[in-house]
Ligand binder design. Structure first.
Ligand code: F6P
Length: 362
């Protein structure tokens, strides 16, 4: 019998987190007469027992709001958490028992954990400890396995595609090559979809290592055909056939410490030299994660939130709600973790882009 649900949002934020929270709270309270407590700041708040009672009142009016009213953190893993030792030095320890105690202290019967692979890895590990966990898949990268789509992805595609539209007009006016760096970590879903939607002339993604000579030849061909400009969508995880990913910074105490960034600048410099047109780089960065969710993401997030409560009611813990063939379903967290999705280089979407003349540098 579930009387009280706990909820937290972890990892990088994305549009749609608030609609999930709203859907969970409405379903839990209005349909089942439960109560809901939110843990703030992801797992850090679970450790510190920072809570807020979630009600119909304080979750009203958040459907269209980006970010998360519960705040988030992409650094804190309670299974490997920085705490002071007896000498005051910071050391990493497994403090997951503190999280388990706080869940019990708050009389939580089911924990709904909304996050990407880092957050859901801890979710799986709490489930292994016997905590009744339901996962909800979030990320603009769309790289989580066992689900067709994560919420946040559609909004980010829209933002990046609009940026590419805007880059087109200025690139054309100045006869420039403009490279646009698009997030997505080690997966090219965001770069590929935004590149197609935004009409990029070249799309570079991690799954298809590029040969810069082929990219330069493609742009020279465009110039020969009277197109004295080119827009290049570069996924942040893209790499050349001979090179490595470009790392922007390393965040030591993060479960996934590497932050990618800088490849668009490198590609712009290479192309300027090889093609002879002036080249510039634009990094879209966190603009892709901020702001209001698209209608598609509001709908998907609402479905996920409702499905998460229903899954908890059915007692199917240790699972993540998932979308398969536009049907709500679920998958074991054991299968979701460690099996990130990647773009199929021979898949229909890449082939469609190639058929309309898009260069992938291969
Ligand atoms: O996973 C979401 C994401 O936005 C990635 O696309 C990106 O590489 C990373 O998070 C950026 O992380 P941070 O917000 O720590 O800079």
């Amino acid at each position: 019998m579930i009387k009280r649900i706990g909820i937290l949002t972890g990892g990088g934020d994305c549009p749609g987190l608030n609609p999930v929270i709203r859907a969970v709270v409405k379903t839990a309270i209005e349909k089942y007469g439960m109560s809901v407590v939110g843990f703030k700041n992801g797992y850090k708040g679970l450790y510190n027992n920072e809570t807020v009672e979630l009600t119909l009142e304080n979750t009203s009016g958040i459907l269209h709001r980006g970010g998360t009213i519960l705040f988030s953190s992409n650094k804190d893993n309670l299974f490997d958490y920085l705490v002071p030792d007896e000498n005051g030095n910071m050391v990493k320890k497994n403090v997951s028992h503190v999280g388990v105690e706080n869940i019990k202290k708050n009389n939580v019967d089911a924990m709904i954990i909304i996050g990407g692979d880092g957050t859901l890895t801890s979710g799986r590990d709490f489930a292994r400890l016997g905590v009744p966990v339901i996962g909800v898949p979030k990320t603009i990268d769309n790289d989580l396995s066992s689900t067709d789509t994560t919420f946040g992805f559609d909004t980010a595609v829209g933002v990046a595609a609009e940026a590419l539209d805007r880059i087109h007009t200025t690139a054309e006016s100045h006869h420039r090559i403009i490279t646009v760096e698009i997030m997505g970590r080690y997966a090219g879903f965001l770069g590929l979809s935004a590149g197609i939607a935004g009409g990029a002339d070249v799309i570079l993604i991690p799954e298809i290592p590029y040969d810069i000579n082929k990219v330069a030849d493609h742009i020279k061909n465009r110039i020969a055909n009277g197109k004295e400009f080119s827009v290049v969508a570069v996924a942040e995880g893209a790499k050349s056939v001979t090179g490595e990913v470009v790392i922007q910074k390393v965040i030591e105490n993060s479960p996934d410490p590497v932050r990618l960034g800088g490849i668009a600048q490198k590609v712009a410099e290479d192309l300027e030299q090889m093609v002879g047109l002036e080249a510039r780089a634009t990094i879209l960065g966190h603009i892709q994660r901020g702001g209001t969710p698209s209608s598609a993401d509001r709908i998907l997030s609402t479905r996920y939130g409702v499905a998460a409560v229903e899954l908890a009611m059915a007692g199917k813990f240790g699972n993540m709600v998932a979308l398969k063939d536009n049907q709500m379903t679920y998958a074991s967290l054991e299968d979701v973790i460690g099996a990130n999705k990647a773009v199929d280089p021979n898949g229909e979407l890449v082939q469609a882009a190639k058929a309309i003349g898009t260069c992938f540098g291969d």
